[in-house]
Design a protein. Structure first.
Length: 437
C-alpha cells in the first residue's frame, strides 16, 4: 500500500493532484480554528472543557464540522448545509417533474441541479447560522457551562448579523474548496472534506477514553476501543463491497452488414444501496423534537417526556426509534434512488434481458423483488452499526460521539475506498499492477 502511494507521488500529474488536495485540506483545517468576530474565545474554550464530550443535540453537526461548531469558528457549519441541500434536491428530483427532466438531460441538466444545490446551501447556511448564533446568545449551546451566557458579550443586532454573514461566507468557501478538489484534485471534494472533518476528531476522542479508563491507567480501554474499531472497519468494508450481480444478456442485431450486441454484462445491486443517508436522516429526525423541547417554554408533559426519552442515547425508547427509523429510511431512499421500471425499460429499448425473465414488466418486478430482499440485510446492518456508540456509552462511559461510531466509520471507509479506487484507476492507465497484488 505504501509502495503504491510512493509510486503515485513519483507520477508527475498524480503528484500535482495529491499535493493540491493536501493543500486544500490544510486550508480547511486552518479555517476550522479561526473564531468569528463577536465571540468570547476564552469563554468558549472554558465551556468546551466543562462539556467533557457531552455535546448533546449538536453532536452530529459538530462531528461533520471537525469540532468547529462548538468552537464557533468561520467554518462552524462545515459541510453539513451542502449535504442537506444535496439530499433535499435528490428527493425533490423524484417529486418535481422539472428537476427529473433536468436530470435526464445529461451534463447540462446536472450542472443546473448543482447550481440549485449551491443556492439552497447558502439559504440553509443562513438559517443554520442564525439558529447557532441565537443558541449561543441564549446560553443553550452549552447548557451546563457556568459562563455560557457570556459567549456572545455584545448582543446588538449588527453583531448578530455580522456573525451570521461570517458563518454563511465560511460555508460558501468550504463548498468552493470541495469543488476545487473535485475538479483539480483526487476524489470527490465534498467527501474528502467530510472524511477529514470526522478523522480530525479521532485522536482527542481516543485520548479522552484513555484518560477516563481505570484498567491499567486506561490502556486496557484504549486497546479495546482500537480493536473494536479495526473489527468494525473490516465488517464495513466487507458489507460495502458486497453486491448482487444480476446477469444481463443483449441480443444480436444486424444493422446493414454489421452485427451489434450479443454481449453479456450484469447489474450490480449493493447490499447497502442507501449508504450512510438513512443514518443521517434518522439522527436529524430524532433531533427535531428534542430541539423544539429545548427552546419551548414552560414545563408541559410532552416536554418532560421528550427530555426524558429522546435526549439520552442510551434510553430504550431512543434506541428503538433510532433503529426503526434507520430501517425505514433505508427502504425509502432505495425506493426513490433506484427505479426498477426505468431500468427495465432501458434494457428493453437496447435489446437486453435477464436470462429466464421476460423483458418489460416481469423484469421490473424481478428487480424490485431482488432489491427488497437484499435491502433487508443492508438496513439491519446499518441499524446495528449505528448503535455501536450506544454500546460504547454503556460499556466505556464514552460520549455519544464515540470515535468509532457507525456514522463516522461508514463515511470514512466509504470515502477511503472510493478515493483509493480512483487513484488505482489512474495508475492502471500507466500499466501499474494495482494496490492489491
Amino acid at each position: 500500500m505504501l509502495t503504491a502511494f510512493a509510486r503515485a507521488f513519483r507520477t508527475p500529474d498524480l503528484r500535482k493532484k495529491l499535493l493540491f488536495t493536501l493543500g486544500i485540506i490544510v486550508v480547511y483545517r486552518v479555517g476550522t480554528h479561526v473564531p468569528i468576530p463577536g465571540v468570547n474565545y476564552q469563554a468558549v474554550q472554558q465551556c468546551v472543557k466543562e462539556a467533557s464530550g457531552n455535546q448533546g443535540l449538536f453532536g452530529l453537526v459538530n462531528m461533520f464540522s471537525g469540532g468547529a461548531l462548538l468552537q464557533i469558528t468561520v467554518f462552524a457549519l462545515g459541510i453539513m448545509p451542502y449535504i442537506t441541500a444535496s439530499i433535499i434536491l435528490q428527493l425533490l428530483t423524484v417529486v418535481i417533474p422539472r428537476l427529473e427532466a433536468l436530470k435526464k438531460e445529461g451534463q447540462s441538466g446536472t450542472a443546473k441541479i448543482t447550481q440549485y444545490t449551491r443556492y439552497l446551501t447558502v439559504a440553509l447556511a443562513i438559517l443554520q447560522g442564525t439558529g447557532l448564533v441565537a443558541t449561543a446568545r441564549s446560553g443553550a449551546l452549552f447548557s451546563g457551562c457556568t459562563v455560557a451566557s457570556s459567549i456572545v458579550p455584545d448582543q446588538a443586532i449588527f453583531t448578530t448579523i455580522t456573525m451570521v454573514i461570517c458563518m454563511t461566507a465560511g460555508t460558501a468557501v468550504v463548498m468552493w474548496l470541495g469543488e476545487l478538489v473535485t475538479d483539480r484534485g483526487i476524489g470527490n471534494g465534498m467527501s474528502i472534506l467530510m472524511f477529514i472533518s470526522i478523522a480530525a476528531t479521532f485522536p482527542s476522542a481516543l485520548w479522552a477514553i484513555k484518560k477516563q479508563g481505570t484498567l491499567a491507567d486506561g490502556w486496557i480501554e484504549f486497546g479495546t476501543v482500537i480493536l473494536v474499531g479495526l473489527i468494525m472497519v473490516a465488517l464495513v468494508v466487507f458489507v460495502e463491497q458486497a453486491q448482487r450481480r444480476i446477469p444481463v444478456q443483449y441480443a444480436k442485431r444486424m444493422i446493414g452488414r454489421r452485427s451489434y450486441g450479443g454481449t453479456s454484462t450484469y447489474i450490480p445491486l449493493k447490499v447497502n444501496q442507501a449508504g450512510v443517508i438513512p443514518v443521517i436522516f434518522a439522527s436529524s429526525l430524532l433531533y427535531i423534537p428534542a430541539l423544539i423541547a429545548q427552546f419551548a417554554g414552560g414545563n408541559s408533559g410532552w416536554k418532560q417526556w421528550v427530555t426524558t426519552n429522546l435526549t439520552k442515547g442510551d434510553h430504550p425508547i431512543y434506541i428503538t426509534l433510532y433503529f426503526l427509523l434507520i430501517v425505514f429510511f433505508a427502504f425509502f431512499y432505495v425506493a426513490i434512488s433506484f427505479n426498477p421500471e426505468e431500468v427495465a425499460d432501458n434494457m428493453k429499448k437496447y435489446g437486453g434481458f435477464i436470462p429466464g425473465i421476460r423483458a418489460g414488466r416481469p423484469t421490473a418486478e424481478y428487480l424490485s423483488y431482488v432489491l427488497n430482499r437484499i435491502t433487508w440485510p443492508g438496513s439491519l446492518y446499518l441499524g446495528l452499526i449505528a448503535l455501536v456508540p450506544t454500546v460504547a456509552l454503556v460499556g466505556f462511559g464514552a460520549s455519544q460521539n464515540f470515535p468509532f461510531g457507525g456514522t463516522s466509520i461508514l463515511i470514512i471507509v466509504g470515502v477511503g475506498l472510493e478515493t483509493v479506487k480512483q487513484i488505482e484507476s489512474q495508475l492502471q492507465q500507466r500499466n501499474y499492477e494495482g494496490f492489491l497484488r
